[in-house]
Design a protein around this ligand. Sequence first.
Ligand code: GUN
Length: 271
Amino acid sequence: MILDGKAVSDRIIEGLKEELAKRGSKPYLAVILVGNDPASRVYVRNKKKKAEYIGVKTDIFEYPDDVDESVILNKIDELNNNSEITAILVQMPLPAHISKEKVICKISPQKDVDCFTPENVGRLSAGLEPYFYPATPQGVLMLLDAYNIEVEGKHAVVIGRSNIVGKPMAQMLLRRNATVTICHSKTKNLEDIIKTADIVVSAVGKKIVRCKMVCKKSVVIDVGIYRDSNGNLTGDVDFNEVEPVVEYITPVPGGVGPMTIASLMCNIVKS
Ligand code: GUN
């Protein structure tokens, strides 16, 4: 069965829109965008569009590539101290001369809808309640929940160890009592490990999951999204070959991508 992230996301978005329509006070999102990275500009535009659609006031603060680090840090200070602003998002990547660490540490954890700050990441890892859960892993779990796919006791293999997906995905699956293995570029016998998974979450950015690694009970979640040599959007999973074999699979596009947006919107409404 194909897990329809687009349909589940649309339902969540409509629910959030209705919820906000009933509320007196609205969330207020501030986005900081530095430089001209085309992908970042598309992501930010999509987030703003969706946020405004559900009724979230949104401001984008744009800066040129060569902006001083202090300008960004001061802006975050200002947004932290502005009680009207409920959510702050600094789009990554940042230019090399700006310290990602300083920027992330500056964001108020109570407004950190990306779950990037050490306080929120630490809370997540320590089994405490973070102010917000990270958007992509939370979106993946929301999708599994929408299809009543059990996580507890299952062997989940996460491929990729990024701070934004792999590591928090593993933490969140662990919180749901999965048995979790994290694999990465240096993992030996990757194929043998994937074969032992009940749930595979791949977040690598290259074609890695093939039909010989899965079985009819597998749940395959594809977080990877990139363009192949023909310019087509594709994921980490060889969809055509894996889909006929497994029990559940997410498509690319239309799987995890829309769920990430819906999940981020949940965080913004919570803010
Ligand atoms: N760059 C790529 N993905 C993300 C994300 O989820 N949040 C932010 N802030 N930047 C990103």
